[in-house]
Structure formats: structure tokens, C-alpha cells
Design a protein around this ligand. Structure first.
Ligand code: NAD
Length: 294
């Protein structure tokens, strides 16, 4: 059993913390939202008065926060109060630069740290099947792996500090672009009088095959579990897709990478969000492209 502090008990953090409790760990939790604390308590998390109290006796500190600025401000607050030799794991999706700064804050206080963003959404968080993409030293990763296992389907050590966040935004840039591509193909197929099922049957076993088509098909019917069959209820919200695409474009600008399709995908999702669809699943972009936003 390990004593774990869990800071950020929102849509993802709460089910993740619950799986740590189920695995037999002692979890001290904190969030700014009282309702989230109530849910966490029901899952066996010990609620603490603030983040500093949560980390005081913890061997491992996990953060699951909205953005880089939140992670950095929480790290500045708690790193000086953490136990000697504690391991910090940040699973939020944040920009690579902030992730590297957060590693720096931890190191300044003699703490080990990894960035370990996740893929798999709230479903994966609840089922304990998240994919973790980790960045940090071999030593920090070795300490984190047994803890991550109770929340994970797969864990990949991607490289040094910030490599987990780099993998996450590259993956989600592929996802944003590929979803728009698949959606455009269905819109064109419709105009050409081709049925959704016919396009699916061909493309899913041809060179157009990809996850956005075969697992997350943006039209109702061919893949019964996709959000298109439940009126585009997320799933993975368009607002989060826009967040990740923006992170990819900030990173591309900083690194001097040429990503014109990533930039275009960010613009298309920005328009979709601006029209009030940020809460819809990101596959709902098909309705925007067909000119029939729901
Ligand atoms: P969320 O908004 O539901 O949860 C974030 C929580 O952090 C909130 O409960 C908020 O009150 C808390 N918080 C903010 N500042 C705090 C502070 N200073 N101290 C304590 N708590 C604080 O968001 P989420 O959906 O759980 O996502 C968390 C992270 O995971 C984000 O970075 C997101 O991009 C990423 N992510 C989300 C999904 C998803 O499907 N929801 C999937 C993969 C990755």
C-alpha cells in the first residue's frame, strides 16, 4: 500500500482516484469544487483541507488539472511541503514547456517527477484502462509504473521530461485531422448518393481505414458504440479537442515544425466551438461540415 495524494478530482481524477483506492492504496484527495470532494469521499478517498495537507505524508503525488498554469501553481505550492523523495506524477494534458517547468520545480526540491498524460477518456478512467504516455528519467518511471498500473491498460515510457506531453499532443493532432478527413468523406459520399454503410464497408477494410472511422465512426449506424448513435454526447468533447490542437500548434510554432493540417484542424474546431458546440463530442464536427449543426 502506498500513500498517494490526488489533486484535481474532476471528470477524470475522480474515477482514477477511485481505482487507486480499489487497488488498496491510501488516497488523500483535494479539489477546489466541494461536489467533487463529496463524490471522491464516496469512493473511499480521504478528503483533505487543501493541497498541502494532502501531500504532507504522501509517497506519490498525482495531479489531474485543467492546464499548465494550474499545474505550475499547484507544484509551486506543494513541492516545498512534500515528503523527502516523493514522486510527482502529472497526468493533466498540458503544454510541453509547462511540463518541463513543472519537472524543474520538482527537481529544485529534490523530488522525482514524470509527466504522464492519458488517452482513453472518462470511460477508460472508470474502467482502469487508460493509456499513459510518460516522460521523465528511468528512475522516476520505474517508481511510477506500479502505481499507474491500477489505472492503466497500457503504459509507454516515451522519453525524458516532457516526452509524455509531446506524444499526447502529436497523437491528438492525428486524431483531430483524421476525424475531419473521415467526416468530409461521409459528407461527400452522401452528396454522391453513396450510403453510409457502403462507404464504411469499403473504407474500413481499405486504405482509408483509421480509428476515427472504425471505432468512432461520425455517422450513426456502422459502429453502434460511437457517439454519433447517442446524439454526439461525449465521449471526448470538442472543447477538449480544440484545447489539444491548440497545444499542438503552440508546440509546432515553438519547435519550428510545419503542421498545416494541424493548424487547419485547430481552426475548424475553433469555429465549431465558437458556434456553441464545445460540449458535443468532437465527432459532431461532421454536422458542421455538412452544414447541419445539431
Ligand atoms: P475537470 O475540469 O473535470 O477536472 C479538473 C479538476 O481540477 C476540477 O475538478 C477543478 O476543480 C480542479 N482544480 C483546478 N485547479 C485546482 C487547484 N488549484 N487545486 C485543486 N483542484 C483544482 O477536467 P477533466 O476532464 O478531469 O480533465 C483533467 C485533465 O485531463 C485535463 O488536462 C484534460 O485535458 C485531460 N484529459 C481529459 C480527458 C477527458 O475525456 N475528460 C481525456 C484525456 C485527458
Amino acid at each position: 500500500m502506498t500513500t498517494i495524494a490526488f489533486i484535481g478530482l474532476g471528470n477524470m481524477g475522480n474515477p482514477m482516484a477511485s481505482n487507486l483506492v480499489k487497488a488498496g492504496h491510501s488516497v488523500n484527495g483535494f479539489d477546489l469544487v466541494p461536489e467533487n470532494l463529496t463524490v471522491a469521499k464516496e469512493h473511499g478517498v480521504t478528503i483533505m483541507a487543501n493541497a498541502s495537507a494532502a501531500v504532507k505524508d504522501a509517497d506519490v503525488v498525482i495531479t489531474m488539472l485543467p492546464a499548465g498554469k494550474h499545474v505550475l501553481s499547484v507544484y509551486e505550492d506543494i513541492a516545498p511541503k512534500a515528503k523527502n523523495g516523493a514522486l510527482f506524477i502529472d497526468s493533466s494534458t498540458i503544454d510541453v514547456e509547462s511540463a518541463r517547468k513543472a519537472h524543474g520545480v520538482a527537481a529544485k526540491h529534490g523530488l522525482k517527477s514524470i509527466d504522464a498524460p492519458v488517452s482513453g477518456g472518462t470511460g477508460g478512467a472508470t474502467a482502469g484502462t487508460l493509456t499513459f504516455m510518460a516522460g521523465g528519467s528511468d528512475e522516476a518511471f520505474a517508481g511510477a509504473e506500479p502505481i499507474l498500473k491500477s489505472m492503466a491498460g497500457r503504459i509507454v515510457h516515451c522519453g525524458g521530461d516532457g516526452a509524455g506531453q509531446a506524444a499526447k499532443i502529436c497523437n491528438n493532432m492525428i486524431l483531430g485531422i483524421s476525424m475531419i478527413g473521415v467526416a468530409e468523406a461521409f459528407v461527400l459520399a452522401e452528396k454522391l448518393g453513396l450510403s453510409h454503410q457502403a462507404l464504411f464497408d469499403v473504407a474500413s477494410t481499405s486504405s482509408g481505414q483509421c480509428w476515427s472511422l472504425t471505432t468512432y465512426c461520425p455517422v450513426p449506424g456502422p459502429v453502434p458504440t460511437s457517439p454519433a448513435n447517442r446524439d454526439y454526447k461525449p465521449g471526448f468533447a470538442a472543447a477538449l479537442m480544440l484545447k489539444d490542437l491548440k497545444l499542438s500548434q503552440e508546440a509546432a510554432l515553438g519547435a519550428g515544425a510545419v503542421t498545416p493540417l494541424g493548424a487547419e484542424a485547430a481552426q475548424i474546431y475553433a469555429l465549431f466551438n465558437a458556434q456553441g458546440h464545445g460540449g458535443a463530442d468532437f465527432s459532431g464536427i461532421i454536422n458542421f461540415l455538412s452544414g447541419n449543426p445539431t
